[in-house]
Design a protein around this ligand. Structure first.
Ligand SMILES: NC(=O)c1ccc[n+]([C@@H]2O[C@H](COP(=O)([O-])OP(=O)(O)OC[C@H]3O[C@@H](n4cnc5c(N)ncnc54)[C@H](O)[C@@H]3O)[C@@H](O)[C@H]2O)c1
Length: 264
């Protein structure tokens, strides 16, 4: 039997990049996928891809900044046959700009999606997972939650906050003995639409590597110690491990998946 059969996974930002990769990998292991994104069309495309490969899921519109939308989006998962035991907070946004010219509005926009969105997911998702008998939350942080990056003040602040919120909630759940584990994953250089935009923006802002390409595989030759870009599905494999029974003792952990970028 497929490893995640009988379980359901709620994934935010599932319409693109890493969120889509995670949704596809969890579906391939048998999980029913609640694919959510604030762009519902893109979440529907993800569900179509899941179905083409024999998996099951449903697309839902969710802007992670909106508490009422979280409650609405989670409601059908409560009574669904496959119990909700997995929550992946992946929706995120970033911007390259130096601190001294960044507007407060932009700073707050990044914090609202990355920090408040993850907080709301855990606030409303964890009690449902606990009622299902336990499970796992995986919050997608970044290497920017482990090290500083020029031109990324708000993003670093938000990803560092996700790292520490994950540990705090992991300990709350442990204290409650509710069977819910919480971990953060810290990707470094994953070939997605957002990474391509990031490389382009960083180069224009003078924080680039002096290369005249935004091709992740080319940039990775010098940017990533192992010399290659990560794929969204490889992040999905890490998430699949963290939500598995084999990771029963792993909670409050921060897991880099960055080809060595935070090792130096
Ligand atoms: N690509 C990388 O190298 C990399 C590295 C480290 C961390 N990350 C993190 O991984 C996550 C996914 O990044 P990606 O590269 O796949 O980006 P992406 O832009 O390809 O996908 C992000 C998705 O989040 C959705 N989204 C944005 N704001 C939202 C909101 N308010 N509510 C709901 N959905 C929203 C977008 O519609 C999009 O589908 C982000 O949290 C990002 O910070 C990415």
């Amino acid at each position: 039997m497929a490893e995640l059969a009988g379980r359901a996974a709620f994934v935010t930002g599932a319409g693109s990049g890493i969120g889509r990769g995670i949704a596809l990998v969890l579906a391939s292991r048998g999980a029913f996928i609640w694919a959510t994104d604030f762009n519902k069309d893109s979440a529907e495309e993800t569900v179509a891809l899941i179905q083409q490969s024999g998996g099951r899921g449903q697309a839902t519109k969710l802007d992670v900044r909106d508490e009422a939308e979280w409650q609405q989006a989670l409601a059908p998962a409560i009574s669904h046959d496959e119990k909700l035991t997995i929550l992946v907070n992946c929706a995120g946004t970033s911007m390259v700009t130096d601190t001294f010219s960044m507007s407060l509005e932009d700073f707050r926009r990044i914090m609202a999606v990355n920090v408040e969105g993850t907080f709301l997911g855990m606030k409303h998702g964890v009690p449902i997972i606990a009622k299902s008998g336990g499970g796992s939350v995986v919050n997608i942080s970044s290497m920017a939650g482990l090290k500083g990056m020029a031109g990324m003040t708000a993003y670093c602040a938000s990803k560092g906050a996700i790292r520490m919120m994950s540990k705090a909630v992991a300990l709350e759940c442990a204290g409650l003995r509710n069977g819910v584990r919480v971990n953060s994953v810290h990707p470094g250089f994953v070939d997605t639409p957002a990474l391509r935009k990031h490389i382009d923006d960083a180069t224009k802002a003078g924080h680039g590597r002096g290369l005249d390409t935004i091709e992740p595989d080319e940039v990775a030759k010098t940017a990533v110690p192992i010399g290659v870009a990560c794929t969204s599905e490889e992040v999905g494999e890490m998430v699949a491990y963290l939500v598995s029974h084999g990771a029963r003792h792993v909670t409050g952990a921060e897991i880099p998946i960055d080809g060595g970028m935070t090792s130096g």
